[in-house]
Design a protein. Structure first.
Length: 149
């Protein structure tokens, strides 16, 4: 049985607690490793819970997911902390964010849970790490931000 240790007080902890209360025999359909990373994270203090992905397809899919996730966060940051954008530009930022989440992040994340984690975790699948490739996620300068769209 997969043991999931959600952070206390988070929405995932609340949802999982309710699912387990409603059905104590609940078992997730995909057994994924906890804290999957394609590279050793530099911003995690306790590395004992980190599971490095080793599969030759899982690692690049994880890296692609993380880069796309970071892009979505930057676009959303620009949307929330906008400066001189017009209403049409703000609408475009919102739509691009939604499109990236549903057409890119969703399929990549779901696909990663179908791929093997690697030889260290036999029988378990990879999963998204939601890792940032750079420090900080502040909205980029307006001209730079619009070059992304």
């Amino acid at each position: 049985m997969l043991v999931i240790t959600p952070w206390r007080g988070t929405n995932s902890a609340t949802v999982l607690s309710k699912m387990l209360a409603d059905d104590p025999g609940f078992v997730p359909s995909r057994t994924v490793v906890t804290n999957p990373y394609s590279i050793m994270p530099q911003d995690v203090g306790d590395l004992s819970g980190v599971n490095l992905l080793e599969d030759r397809l899982s690692v690049p899919i994880s890296n692609l997911f993380d880069a796309c996730y970071e892009l979505v966060v930057q676009i959303l940051s620009r949307l929330m902390m906008h400066t001189e954008e017009t209403n049409a530009q703000l609408a475009l930022l919102g739509q691009v964010s939604i499109d990236l989440m549903t057409d890119v992040i969703g399929p990549l994340g779901e696909s990663s849970t179908l791929l093997p984690a690697g030889r260290t975790n036999p029988g378990k699948n990879a999963g998204p790490s939601f890792r940032f490739t750079q420090d900080g996620t502040a909205a980029p300068h307006q001209i730079s931000a619009w070059s992304l769209c």
